[in-house]
Design a protein around this ligand. Structure first.
Ligand SMILES: [Zn+2]
Length: 499
């Protein structure tokens, strides 16, 4: 069932309702539950592996310090041996980004050829894994790719370093003060090795912090590369320790000792290695004989034009109040205060609401663009540099139900963002999506018992009370019940005796 309420107003309302908190529905994609369309090869398992590659491509596309999110879609025309990457951003996609992706793709193609040469046909498709290869193969190519990606994403990477490296240093110092250094073992030894490698790489690239135009020497890049890849290996072990709880246990121990909140060790390690982990994923892509067709085909790229709507929200507490009454289908006391707060937090200005990249990309791939790619089914999975927000999660879910197509991103982080713009403001999807948002709003109110306050006087509430007795019948029924209870004696208590 649809609603006529504007989905933008509802998303703003959800944003106010959840503020910076997650709603109850962050969802991780379980690929085993879905069939995929348009993958690189005719194998579900292999196509699931390409999720990480698309996410990696989206991740290395981010260069700006903040608020840049990128989504990437894939199409493959195996008959013509052509492949297309379609890139979308919340803002405009720059030529620089398209050129960067094209350049990295070309270098991955060269690396893939190098691997193929070294395999020398020693792989048949029945083998699950491709044969081990001396680690030296393609080393200088890999270092070149690492350097190109690092330089492009330098500003963003410096931001991660600024945010997390100092805390990580302090944490390690505290740990070492409490342990006999030479006796570190197991998890803590891996952590130690990970942090040393990580900080060494950080130290080298930090030379570019204030002077990004400066050049690092070949041997400095060599050091940054090898330490980053080494850090990846140890960090992986550390993050997985004790069913992914090792970091939290240690951080809690040190936090308790210092009477501080535990340091976000896992997050620090994840953030500081994110770029090099994604780079390694791309190396894996070039190494895979199964995915080789993708890197043999001719590459096309497209950019989704930036799209945004101007939205006018209710401006006064009165307007918000009547909006809330329509949304809840009646008046409740809590709406008075919520309406005042809503008017205060959103103010009276018009809002420019960008269409988030994953939704814009899906809409673009779905609509006819008047070229040969209109007839090539896009791959069901959309790579994203950041988890989807709740509004995008609901929009994609609605799109999938309505269009007969299927698109997925890896997960929603369960947060609501404002401003948020719907990809198309007309068509049946708008009302259906709005209804889903409204249902989540009502479920929230219900779970916080806000819809109960004037339930008794209600005859039209949404929980089915309208099917109850009329007021007179209700009084009669209560009177009959009371009489029976009295009859059983003991001032009514006898009614509850065991029979
Ligand atoms: Zn979003």
């Amino acid at each position: 069932m649809a609603t006529k309420l504007d989905p933008h107003h509802l998303v703003a309302l959800m944003c106010y309702t959840f503020k910076d908190n997650q709603d109850s529905s962050p969802r991780r994609l379980d690929p085993s539950l879905h069939s995929l369309q348009g993958g690189i090869v005719d194998s579900h398992e292999t196509n699931v592996r390409t999720f990480r590659i698309l996410d990696a491509l989206a991740h290395i596309s981010v260069s700006r310090k903040e608020s840049q999110v990128v989504a990437i879609g894939l199409q493959l025309n195996s008959r013509k041996q052509e492949i297309r990457l379609t890139v979308a951003e919340n803002e405009k996609v720059t030529d620089g980004l398209v050129n960067h992706l094209t350049k990295i793709w070309r270098k991955l193609q060269v690396l893939s050829v190098e691997y193929e040469k070294n395999r020398g046909g020693r792989w048949d498709k029945s083998e699950l894994r491709s044969p081990e290869m001396p680690k030296k193969v393609g080393r200088s190519l890999k270092m070149g790719i690492f350097r190109d990606i690092y330089q492009y994403s330098l500003e963003k990477q410096m931001r991660r370093i600024d945010k997390w490296s100092k805390g990580l240093r302090r944490f390690m110092k505290e740990l070492l003060k409490r342990r006999v250094f030479l006796h570190l073992q197991g998890f803590e030894l891996s952590l130690y090795k990970a942090v040393v490698a990580l900080l060494l790489a950080v130290e080298v690239v930090s030379k570019l912090h204030d002077n990004p135009k400066d050049q690092l020497t070949e041997s400095e890049w060599e050091l940054a590369y090898s330490q980053s890849i080494l850090a990846n290996k140890h960090v992986k072990i550390v993050l997985a320790d004790r069913k992914e709880s090792g970091c939290e246990i240690l951080a809690q121990e040190l936090g308790d000792h210092l009477s501080q909140d535990p340091f976000q060790l896992r997050r620090a390690l994840e953030k500081l290695t994110s770029l090099s982990r994604h780079i390694e994923t791309l190396f894996g892509f070039a190494h895979s004989p199964r995915l080789r067709p993708a890197l043999r085909y001719r590459l096309f790229t497209s950019a989704v034009p930036k799209k945004a709507h101007t939205v006018e929200l209710p401006t006064s507490p009165e307007e918000w109040k009547s909006f809330l009454e329509v949304a809840c289908d009646k008046h409740y006391d809590f709406q008075e205060t919520h309406a005042v707060e809503l008017a205060e937090s959103f103010g009276s200005s018009k809002w420019v609401c960008p269409v988030h990249c994953e939704c814009g990309l899906i809409q673009y791939l779905h609509a006819k663009q008047g070229n040969q790619w209109d007839y090539v089914p896009p791959f069901s999975y959309i790579g994203v540099s950041k988890l989807s927000c709740s509004a995008c999660r609901i929009w994609i879910e609605t799109f999938n139900e309505q269009s007969g197509r299927r698109f997925y991103t890896r997960c929603s982080h369960g947060k609501w963002y404002w401003p948020w713009g719907i990809p198309r403001t007309e068509g049946p999807l708008v009302g259906v999506m709005a209804r889903k948002v409204l249902d989540e709003y009502l479920a929230y109110l219900e779970s916080h018992k806000l819809l109960r306050s004037n339930l008794e006087s209600s005859c039209g509430s949404s929980d089915g009370a309208s099917h109850g007795l009329s007021d007179d019948d209700e009084k009669d029924a209560e009177a009959v019940g009371a009489a029976i209870v009295q009859d059983r004696g003991g001032g009514g208590l006898g009614f509850f005796d065991d029979k």
